[in-house]
Design a protein around this ligand. Sequence first.
Ligand SMILES: Cc1ncc(COP(=O)(O)O)c(C=O)c1O
Length: 362
Amino acid sequence: MSYRIFNFNPGPAALPLVVLEQVKQEMLDFQGSGMSILEISHRSKSFEDVLDDAMARTRRLLGLDETYKVLFLQGGASLQFLMAPMNLSLPGKPVDYTNTGSWATRAIKEAKGLGKDVRVVASSEDKEFTYIPEVPVDQDAAYLHLTSNNTIRGTQWHKFPATGNVPIVCDMSSDILSRRFDPHRFGLIYAGAQKNLGPSGVTMVIIREDMLERVPKDLPTMLRYTTYADNKSLYNTPPCFAVYVCDLVLKWIEETVGGLDAIEKINDQKARLLYEYLDSQSFYRGTARADSRSRMNVTFRLPDPELEKKFISKASAAGLGGLKGHRSVGGCRASIYNAVTLEAVKALVDFMKDFAAKEGGI
Ligand SMILES: Cc1ncc(COP(=O)(O)O)c(C=O)c1O
C-alpha cells in the first residue's frame, strides 16, 4: 500500500484502509446480490439492513437511549444551519448562538435570515476565534447552538456547558464519534459525514423525540425533521452509497478499534504528540489557545508565509498531504480525524523536526 499517502485533509478526509478495501471487494457483488450497492433499491432488504445497522451502531457507540432518532439526510451540515432554526425555534422565545468561527457564523446568518430572534450569547471573534468562550445560559432560550469543533481555527469545546432545561443544538461535523460525551443534554446533533464518519453526501442527524414536537406542520416536506423520523430516512431515495460507507466506518470504530473510549484514547495520543512537539520548540507556533485546542484539527504557523508554502510543498512531496490551512486564514493545519493513524502523526512530527532543522529552526 505504498502508494497511499499520509492524508491530513480537512474533509473529505482519510477513511480507514480496511473500509476502502471492503468497499472495493464488494463493489461488483454486494453480499451475494450480483449487484453493486450503487445499483440496488433503497427499499430492498439488503439496503434496509445497512441502514438499520448504521443506526444501531450509532446508538450503541454514543450510548443513545430510545428517545433519540438517528437520521440520514442530504444537503450537508450547511442545510442544517437552516433546518435547525426552521424546525426547532419556539414562538416568542429567542434562539441563542455561540460564535466560535466561520461555520458558527454561517449558522447564525441562516437563523437570522429566517427572521428568528437570534442572540449571540458568546463569541471569540475578538481574538480571531482562537479560543472557546464562556457561555451564559439563559433558561428562556429555545435552544443553545454550539459548534463542538471549529475545523478552521483548530479549537474545540472540551466540556459542554451545563444548560439546565435548554437543549443544546450542536454542529459536530468535525468531531462526531471522536470522543465520549453525555448526549442527553443535546436536543439535536448534526454532522456532515465527510470528516469522521464517511464520504460526503450524507449528514447524520440525531434528534431527541421531544424536539420533533416543535416541528411546524406547514414547513415544506423535505425540510421537516419529522419527514425523515417518520419514514426511517426513507421518505425519498437516501444517499445509499454514502450511508453504506458510514456503516462500514461505524463497524470499524465498534469492532476493530473497540468503541468510543478506545478511539478517544488514540485521538488523545495523536493530538498530544503533535501539541507536545509544538510546545517544545519555537519554529512552529500553534494558533489556538492551549485550553481550547482541538484534538481533530491542529493549526499552526511557521515564521513566514513563504516558509509555510515551502513546508506544505515539501511535505506533500514526502507523502504527507492536506496540510494547507483553510484559505480564509492561511497557515498550516493537520486534520487528524479518527481514520488518521498514530503512524501518520509520528511521520508528520518527524518531518516537522527535519524541516525545522534544515530551515534554521530548533
Ligand atoms: C464544523 C463544520 N460545520 C459545517 C461545515 C460545512 O459542512 P458541509 O460542507 O457538509 O455543508 C463544515 C465543513 O467543513 C465544518 O467543518
